[in-house]
Design a protein around this ligand. Structure first.
Ligand code: FAD
Length: 555
């Protein structure tokens, strides 16, 4: 490991020693048992020691090693087994299953840690000259197989970790723009900005373990996107190292300079070059920040309310609503004593809901985020409160939202916990126009459940609306399947495929913010049409005729 560069554990999410605990959540074991038939209180599988993996030897030639060490120094040219394995995978479920089973295939031969723009240029040119494969690496948090070398790749594979390039270089206070190096992780970046009174406002669930460059390269979206925009809106300019040349895009609020090159780089997943820095919109830290919780009789009521909120004069920072099963999941995951979430199902509130004629199995929980001056927040809350009431809902205050805010970055650890207990958990997310928002939910849940019946396994899928736009919204599906058999990977693939195909069949996109990688590649023609794929192919071939830059991703 390189000093000052964080690295996730090889077998799961985040850092060693940190994980999910169910012991203080008394309702969670019964919820999991009911939904997927697994007893989570039973002993879990243990993770094999790293030393038990059969790690393929590095194929780095002495010649290329010498050139790279000449550019970076020996310390920043790493070939140890664990570093190479960590850089060979993202954090998709397939990644975790394979790496735990020791199915390592074609991991990088070397991991480089450049410290400057100039070093990245020299590294890219040296690797292309040696006909090596170059794969940029941010936090390794993607879940679409965007980091793997193609199986059977015979060329040398070089992973380029941007982690040493982690500084906020400049803040243009007049324009509300910051120039930031691409390898910075979310918390480090926000600390640097906040120290000067600014925030970027981009908070994906993976915030702690993902980087600015990775967000841009995958077209990421954070939970506050309703106010701050997706990374595609936030990133106004950038520098990207390509074979033999450097792309410089100055930050501009908008421009009419032909097809947008900025948009071509957004979502390029390393196929066009290595993004070394970006100019992003930044904002003054708001005076007040509040998450209010609401309940609706049904998910459909909540969807309608979210659409009305986005159309209203309340420009909220976030409007999220969970379907019935996800609402039950959130409430079952509440802590025993101090949790305000648990108090949501207190007898008093349940009684009130029943008095209103609500079916407690159908209720939908919603969080709406407000930011700004105290008077502005008051004004927005008034508008939202009325919309909630008009749609049959009720407010339950800011306690649950405060708890959600505190715990939001711990949630990813739950997937490892489930996998240790034989459950396959993953997510798929998409956008549709509002006209198809209910349909995508109903049809996807129905198709998933039908597949579970056909396969004879117990599984559950649930969903929330996470990001809203004028014309539509993103819905985010989480699924868990009880399959610990030798067929588990096949079961997972079938479930994931069923959900993605449901997206295609219901006016939805292949992904709203996770990107394409290899995982979503099979649906690209259906998503953007064969002509769209033709344009992307020509772009990649033109910029990278030797097919050296992260080949096989996207198309
Ligand atoms: P990596 O995973 O390291 O790389 C992703 C791709 O980008 C690769 O193709 C890589 O080659 C390329 N790349 C990385 N850095 C550069 C660079 N500097 N120049 C060029 N190419 C580069 N995503 C969201 O948008 N919102 C969420 O809320 C969210 N939540 C998540 C929760 C969990 C538990 C997990 C596992 C993932 C989540 N993701 C989310 C997905 C993931 O975090 C994003 O795709 C993220 O943007 C990846 O950033 P990274 O720095 O980890 O990139």
């Amino acid at each position: 490991m390189i000093e000052g560069v964080k690295q996730q554990k090889w077998w799961g999410w985040g850092e060693e020693g940190k994980g999910y605990r169910y012991e203080d959540k008394p309702k969670f074991p019964a919820f999991v048992k009911k939904m997927v038939g697994v007893d989570i209180t039973a002993p879990a599988e243990t993770i094999p020691p790293f030393s038990s993996l059969n790690v393929p030897a590095s194929q780095l030639t002495d010649e290329l090693r010498g050139t790279l060490a000449g550019i970076l120094g020996d310390t920043y040219v790493q070939t140890d087994d664990e570093t190479r394995v960590v850089h060979g995978f993202g954090k998709g479920l397939r990644d975790l299953m394979r790496v735990r089973a020791g199915q390592l295939e074609r991991i990088p031969d070397v991991v480089l840690y450049p410290g400057s723009q100039r070093e990245v240029e020299q590294v890219v040119d040296a690797c292309v000259e040696a006909d090596a494969v170059v794969i940029p690496f941010g936090g390794g948090s993607n879940i679409v197989a965007a980091l793997e070398a193609e199986p059977g790749e015979t060329r040398q594979v070089v992973s380029v970790n941007l982690g040493r390039m982690n500084k906020v270089l400049e803040i243009d206070e007049n324009s509300g723009l910051a120039h930031i190096q691409a390898g910075v992780f979310g918390p480090d970046m926000e600390d640097q900005l906040r120290a000067k009174g600014w925030t970027m406002g981009h908070h994906p669930d993976s915030f702690v373990w993902s980087t600015l460059g990775g967000w841009i390269a995958t077209r990421s979206s954070g939970m506050q996107s309703d106010k701050y925009g997706d990374i595609a809106d936030i990133c106004r300019g950038l520098t990207m190292v390509m074979p033999g040349q450097v792309l410089e895009l100055r930050p501009l609020p908008s421009t009419s300079s032909g097809p947008s090159v900025r948009e071509m780089v957004l979502g390029s997943e390393g196929r066009l070059g290595i993004i070394t820095s970006a100019w992003v919109n930044v904002h003054r830290i708001p005076e007040v920040r509040e998450l209010q919780a609401y309940f609706y009789p049904t998910y459909e009521d909540g969807l309608r309310a979210c659409q009305q909120i986005v159309e209203s004069d309340a420009h909220v920072m976030m409007a999220r609503v969970s379907d019935a099963i996800e609402t039950q999941y959130i409430m079952a995951n509440g802590k025993k004593s101090k949790s305000k979430v648990s108090s949501l199902v207190s007898k008093g509130i349940q009684k009130l809901m029943v008095q209103k004629g609500w079916d407690l199995e159908q209720i939908a929980m919603s969080f709406v985020g407000f930011e700004g001056s105290a008077s502005h927040v008051r004004y927005e809350k008034g508008i939202v409160g009325k919309i909630v009431r008009d749609n049959g809902g009720m407010g339950v205050g800011k306690g649950p939202g405060a708890l959600y805010d505190q715990k939001k970055y711990d949630t990813p650890y739950i997937r490892d916990f489930m996998l240790d207990r034989g459950m396959l958990c993953d997510v798929s997310e998409t956008t549709t126009p509002w006209a198809y928002a209910e349909q995508i939910h109903t049809n996807t849940v129905e198709r998933f459940n039908k597949l579970m019946d056909e396969l004879g396994v117990q599984g559950v899928v649930f969903c929330h609306l996470s990001h809203s736009y004028h014309s539509g919204a993103c819905q985010y599906f989480t699924f868990a399947i009880n399959d610990n058999s030798a067929n588990a990977m096949r079961t997972y693939d079938l479930a994931k495929r069923e959900i993605q195909q449901s997206f295609m069949d219901n006016h939805a996109t292949v992904s709203h913010h996770h990107g394409v990688g290899e995982e979503h590649s099979p649906w690209m023609e259906q998503d953007i049409s064969p002509a769209g794929v033709f344009i992307q192919r020509k772009l990649f071939e033109g910029v990278d005729p030797g097919n050296n830059l992260n080949p096989g991703k996207i198309i």
